[in-house]
Design a protein around this ligand. Sequence first.
Ligand code: SF4
Length: 235
Amino acid sequence: MPRHASATSSAPAPPRRQVGAIMRRLKVAIRDMELPAIEKLQEDNAATAFQTMIATLLSAQTKDAVTHAASLRLFARAATPEAMAALPAKTIERLIYPVSFYRNKARHVKEACRQLLERFGGVTPRTMEELTSLPGVGRKTANLVMIVAHQSADNICVDTHVHRIANRFGWVETRTPEQTEMALYEVAAKRWWADINLYLVTWGQQVCKPVYPRCGACAIAGLCPRIGVTRTGRV
Ligand code: SF4
């Protein structure tokens, strides 16, 4: 698999059917749960590829409800790269507040829009290389844009939830989200790649929380080795 580097885990890879068994169970378990912010924007507000990229950029280290509301305020004022590039950075700051690092993100949004117009004719790129060449766009943002906006089946998007839960499952044994992404390309069957973010982020927000995972109320407890879990939350 030349496009992706090899896994960094020293643990033996679990059978792919273990990943498949959990993903199939999660698919059912998350059916009635609230969608994460980026998918919700696309489903409820028909977000464009450009808007998906901007909302994902805003979402770093920010709660979903804050990202969602900030994105809607910003898009109501400027829905296109042309309109957003024309806004003063201070106005973008005011519209996206209180997302974390809103001053930096406002600068990145404005500069990304300017470069999008100058280098890509205003069209949101479709490759990892082009996307990550834009200010504020890292691998996580680029992978999610590829999956959600461009319907790519070739990408896995790893955020803090995916990193934490993939390690709890024992799918990977990694220290950083980027290591987790590379390891998952090896351990997960390709049919699950695009869904891993949606399923694990939803599960991480509702059940498999960072500090007190709700193992006692977890629909996949029988499949989960709970690696590294020392405290659990109330059911
Ligand atoms: S059993 Fe606990 S650690 Fe495993 S997925 Fe469920 S909540 Fe997370």
